[in-house]
Design a protein around this ligand. Structure first.
Ligand SMILES: Cc1cc2nc3c(=O)[nH]c(=O)nc-3n(C[C@H](O)[C@H](O)[C@H](O)COP(=O)(O)O)c2cc1C
Length: 388
């Protein structure tokens, strides 16, 4: 058994184990990948303030996200095709999150369906909604999430059209993979993944296949998105979706203070400062750089969460200290899942919690609620001086 001490260890095993097409799918940003890279490197520009001679006993990483108790304020982000990274990937990741005590968010573009995850975990989870042109399908999808007792609807606002990731086009990304000479050659080196996948409950988009009529190709993410996603999604439509749901709503993909104000005005329970992990608007600023400006705009009005670029507990601490009440990890849990299935997701969460706890201690803090700007050294022009 390899000794796992950090998220990069999981990533190395993940890269060896999972077919190239799905590794590339996760490990890509759009176009030049500038935003994808900045998301992580901007965290490194913030430094920590060491404090000594503080009683560090009785520390806790526990907190709340949208009123829900969490073992640490780190939820699993919605990630499409998770069930291609590992057989029954969504069911396994959801179970790992439940056992650990953090929220799991199921993507609309998952392999396991809403019903699969509900049946497997027997506990509420969060459901992420992409809006489609087919309003009847969206209505039924929302109803399915209600029937499954999902405890929050996460509406993603930054993907009305798909950002271009070059590798996905070159690889012909699809679920299940189309058998070309190139994919067959690669799959032959991934036999453990393949054997497990033969026993998987599903190998197609579980929330779509069998639930939508007349679709030309549900296996290709790019084709499906171009054909079905609703490019006309606006604040009026978002308000209607929130009414339709009637429960807790998290608006995800906000990177602009004015948009944050609109989301707060609509009465969202939380917003997620996010650029989709650098997969959509290449050239946008990193989430962590935009966070202070968004906190200034709406910090007192709505709960603010953050994702994009988090690879460690130190990153989590920096986001919390800048005002976020919660964070999400996308790739960091996917690396764990692809490397070692459910155990790998648990390992990723353990690594991050240990890093968060130790960093808190060395910063002289015992509770996540006490973290603040006093724990950080932030470069003076961190948010940038941009002409607006
Ligand atoms: C492979 C992959 C698939 C994703 N699929 C979705 C999705 O279906 N819905 C969604 O709202 N966000 C999706 N995201 C974005 C994540 O929810 C999250 O915003 C992002 O992963 C955070 O950045 P990080 O991976 O650096 O942690 C996806 C991200 C990745 C890496």
């Amino acid at each position: 058994m390899p000794v796992i001490t950090n998220i990069d260890d999981l990533k190395r095993i993940y890269e060896r184990r999972v077919p190239r097409m799905f590794y590339d799918y996760a490990e890509s940003g759009s176009w030049t990948e500038q935003t994808f890279r900045d998301n992580s490197s901007d965290f490194h520009d913030i430094r920590l303030r060491q404090k000594v001679a503080v009683d560090m006993s009785g520390r806790s990483t526990a907190s709340q996200m949208i009123g829900q108790h969490v073992a640490m304020p780190v939820a699993l982000a919605p990630v499409g095709l998770t069930g291609m990274q590992h057989a029954d990937g969504e069911m396994k990741a959801a179970k790992a999150a439940l056992d650990f005590g953090v929220p799991f968010t199921l993507s609309t573009m998952s392999i396991n369906s809403i019903e699969d995850v509900a049946e497997h975990t027997g506990a509420p989870f969060w459901f992420q909604l992409y809006t489609m042109k087919d309003e009847d399908y969206v209505r039924r999808l929302i109803q399915r999430a209600k029937d499954a007792k999902c405890s929050a609807l996460v509406i993603t606002l930054d993907l009305q059209i798909l950002g271009q990731r070059h590798k996905d086009l070159k690889n012909g990304l699809s679920a299940p993979p189309k058998l070309t000479a190139k994919t067959i050659a690669n799959l032959m080196t991934k036999w453990a993944w393949g054997i497990e996948m033969l026993g998987a409950k599903r190998r197609e988009f579980g929330n779509i296949v069998g639930h939508v009529q007349g679709i030309s190709d549900a296996s290709s993410l790019g084709a499906w998105t171009a054909e079905q996603f609703d490019p006309s999604l606006d604040w009026t439509k978002i308000e209607k979706l929130m009414e339709q749901w009637g429960g807790k709503v998290i608006l995800k993909g906000i990177l602009d203070p004015e948009d944050a104000k609109m989301a707060a005005k609509l009465g969202a329970d939380a917003i997620v400062v996010s650029n989709h992990g650098g997969r959509q608007l290449d050239g946008a600023l990193s989430s962590i750089r935009m966070l202070p400006r968004i906190m200034d705009a709406v910090g007192g009005e709505v709960e603010v969460h953050l994702d994009s670029g988090i690879r460690s507990g130190q990153d989590v601490l920096k986001a919390l200290a800048l005002g976020a009440k919660g964070t999400y990890i996308g790739r960091a849990f996917v690396y764990g899942l692809g490397a070692m299935g459910q155990k790998g997701v648990t390992t990723a969460l353990e690594v991050i919690q240990k890093e968060l706890d130790t960093t808190m201690a060395l910063c002289g803090e015992r509770n996540v609620a006490d973290l603040g700007p006093h724990n950080l050294l932030v470069p003076q022009d961190f948010c940038g001086r941009w002409q607006e």
